[in-house]
Design a protein around this ligand. Sequence first.
Ligand code: NAG
Ligand code: NAG
Ligand code: NAG
Ligand code: NAG
Length: 387
Amino acid sequence: MKSRVGSHGSLEEGKDTGGARVVTQYKPLPLRLLQFLLLFLGLGIVFSFVSMYMVRYSVVQNVIPMVQSRFQPCIQQLSLESWIRPPSNLLHSMNDSQLFWRASIVPQIKDYPFNRTRKIAFMFLTRGPLPLAPLWERFLKGNDELFSIYIHSLPSYIPDFPPSSVFHGRQIPSKVAEWGRMSMCDAERRLLANALLDISNEWFVLLSEACIPLHNFKAVYHYISRSRYSFMGAVDEPGPYGRGRYNTNMTPEVNLTEWRKGSQWFEVNRKLAVDIVKDEVYYPKFEQFCRPACYVDEHYFPTMLTIESPRLLANRTLTWVDWSRGGAHPATFGKADITDQFFKKISDSPLCIYNNQPTSLCFLFARKFAPSALDPLLEHSAKFLGF
Ligand SMILES: *[C@@H]1O[C@H](CO)[C@@H](O)[C@H](O)[C@H]1NC(C)=O
Ligand SMILES: *[C@@H]1O[C@H](CO)[C@@H](O)[C@H](O)[C@H]1NC(C)=O
Ligand SMILES: *[C@@H]1O[C@H](CO)[C@@H](O)[C@H](O)[C@H]1NC(C)=O
Ligand SMILES: *[C@@H]1O[C@H](CO)[C@@H](O)[C@H](O)[C@H]1NC(C)=O
């Protein structure tokens, strides 16, 4: 049988002696088979280790895309929300050119495809602290949906408003601003540009740390939101402090007939805010040819807007100030001034025009108030200010 297998080959075997073949083949093969099996086993182990390693490696590779995709929807699935949500942090790394460019982007379709709450941006141009903050907090209380706050202060100033305050975290990246210089207008444009980044802001009020509101929030919001005009003081004043400050080098961009003067404390709508931020035509002229004794913050915006959008201007300011004491600075009011007569004097000012009609309600804000005025103002705010 051994010889048969050897001589005839295995194919023959199966045919005639099927059962015997099984028996006879078992004997010579085990060792070889075992070797093969061991070889396969060895290969199998090697393979399984290699594949385990590969699986682990590929799992790691797969995990990264999974982790990434979990964070990506904010970027990949653009929603309207992501465009209209105001920046959560007012600090940013844009310089003025970048900021003004970004802020001057305007939607070209008039109707908003969402319910837009129109807010007033209160922009505080300050050196540092806001001593009258408690009065403003009281004024703003309960109207969180209808306003936002922006503060430009000296870059060295470190604010310390508690987290509960509406002023907390509302400082914008600031630079030193000098009265009567272009750096002051730069600061105002910086405030406007930062406030424009929130699409909900519709009106922009420039205030100082010495300003107070003269009426409650509802009255202020009503007055501003119903006005057909923006409130920018702009008068054609003859004499050395008005037309006398005009420099003929400003032609043809600015002619004497459009030269205007006004206090810097303005209230403008979104359209005019963009006009101011995007300006590249008038800025170089004012920067070069309106230097002290031409005080650029009294002329640049009033003149520029008179040329660009005269029909949108009320040509008066909403901020009351007392120049009656004379001199280079308006009067400052302290503790002793906060009386019935004082507020009667403000409300008895001459009539003004509101939406083309005469009115006795001409001012919504007033300056200048010293920190010592805070306590009596808080004590009598209901009586004098209506809140
Ligand atoms: C802002 O940064 C850009 C890019 O670095 C530069 O070209 C531009 O001059 C900068 N603008 C200002 C006002 O610094
Ligand atoms: C806006 O609000 C009004 C009423 O509050 C509602 O009828 C309308 O569907 C809202 N529109 C959008 C786009 O959410
Ligand atoms: C200023 O006057 C010149 C010459 O009359 C005219 O061409 C130019 O348009 C005027 N500029 C403005 C802003 O009206
Ligand atoms: C403001 O002044 C401009 C011209 O300087 C004029 O066109 C505009 O009608 C004035 N606004 C109002 C409300 O009278």
